[in-house]
Write a protein that binds this ligand. Structure first.
Ligand code: FES
Ligand SMILES: [Fe+2]
Length: 343
């Protein structure tokens, strides 16, 4: 069964998720309500009143506080009850958990552990999908009925492109012409493909033409729990990468919802034809097909087919190209071991 590390930054949603008020989302098996305080910063509280367990997200705002919709207990952004409509006394147990939040690159992040230990310098950088002039970013979300590590396996092993993405990004065999490397930098992993002298990939046409030989790269960066950034590009054979063309970059950020389900956030940035709404529609449809029609069903079907107590008990075969996902799993396990021994 999947479990979760605490001491890492979880993506709660895109910034626009708070445009219309509160957001209720289960993160790492805890119902959580997110809202924007009057100073614009984001608060996260356990979405469950300690009295009769009503979701606070169904209540009302009172300044920076939330008022329970059932009997009116009011909680401040630290989770402390500050008003009891039935007495001047606040019961000692009238307190709920709160989490530290940060917002950057258009992403709301939540520190899963003790709020006093939240270190914003550990938030992975997703500047490539931040809105800025001359860049168009298309964002998406899909819900996956599988543990988040199954999505990590999928994203850190892009060899599946050749089989799963026949209707979208299929590389016409280019992955098989490539070299795969996994680079372990402690808290960060990289799963990189380098494909020399292959036909220009579709994402790099233009500037290259169909069938034109290029050196092509696909590079995925991972941070716990499952926050990934993909960079891809191509250059003329033997030429430096800086002389080639790199597509804007993608975010693939997966947040565990429960032990067996997860939230999968995607973003794709481009720097060409940024005002072309037909291009927006084409890419939106392409990514929707790739993630919802191609990736999601095979990930969910693989998990549903496990027939074992957990992933390792299923005795998964190793093919080498899957070592990125395996290392990510081992890193999460090591994090949880340290957290367990720290109490
Ligand atoms: S359930 Fe919240 S005050 Fe009663
Ligand atoms: Fe995929």
């Amino acid at each position: 069964m999947s479990t979760f590390p605490k001491n890492c930054w979880y993506m709660a949603g895109w910034s626009e998720a708070l445009e219309e008020g509160m957001l209720s989302r289960r993160i790492a098996d805890r119902p959580t309500v997110f809202y924007r305080k009057q100073d614009g910063s984001v608060a996260a509280l356990y979405d469950r009143c300690p009295h009769r367990f009503a979701p606070l997200s169904k209540g009302e705002r009172d300044g920076d506080c939330l008022v329970c919709p059932y009997h009116g207990l009011t909680f401040d952004p630290d989770g402390q009850c500050v008003r009891n409509p039935f007495s001047d006394k606040i019961p000692a147990a009238a307190h709920i958990a709160s989490w530290a939040c940060e917002e950057r690159d258009g992403i709301i992040w939540m520190w899963g552990g003790d709020p006093t230990e939240a270190d914003a310098s550990k938030i992975p950088d997703f500047d490539v999908v931040r809105d800025q002039p001359g860049r168009k970013v298309l964002r998406g979300y899909t819900h996956v009925k599988a543990p988040y590590e199954y999505c990590t396996d999928n994203l850190l092993d892009l060899s599946h492109i050749e089989f799963v993405h026949r209707g979208t990004f299929a590389g016409e065999g280019v992955i098989f012409a490539g070299e795969h490397s996994v680079i372990d930098e402690g808290e960060t992993l990289h799963s990189n493909w380098w494909m020399p002298n292959v036909p220009a990939p579709s994402a790099c046409r233009p500037p290259y033409e169909q069938g034109q030989p290029t050196d092509h790269w696909l590079e995925m960066r991972w941070n716990a729990p499952a926050s990934m950034k993909l960079m891809l590009g191509a250059t003329l054979p033997g030429k430096p990468r800086e002389e080639g063309y790199e597509v804007g970059g993608q975010a693939h950020i997966v947040t565990p919802e429960t032990a067996t389900t997860c939230h999968y956030f995607t973003a794709n940035a481009r720097h060409h034809e940024v005002d072309n709404v037909e291009m927006d529609a084409f890419l939106t449809q392409l990514f929707d097909h790739a993630f919802n029609v191609e990736d999601k069903p095979i990930i969910e079907a693989s998990f549903a087919n496990l027939e074992a107590e957990d992933f390792w008990a299923g005795k998964p075969l190793s093919l080498g190209v899957d070592q990125g996902g395996t290392r990510a799993r081992r890193k999460i396990e090591a994090m949880m071991k340290v957290e367990a021994s720290d109490g």
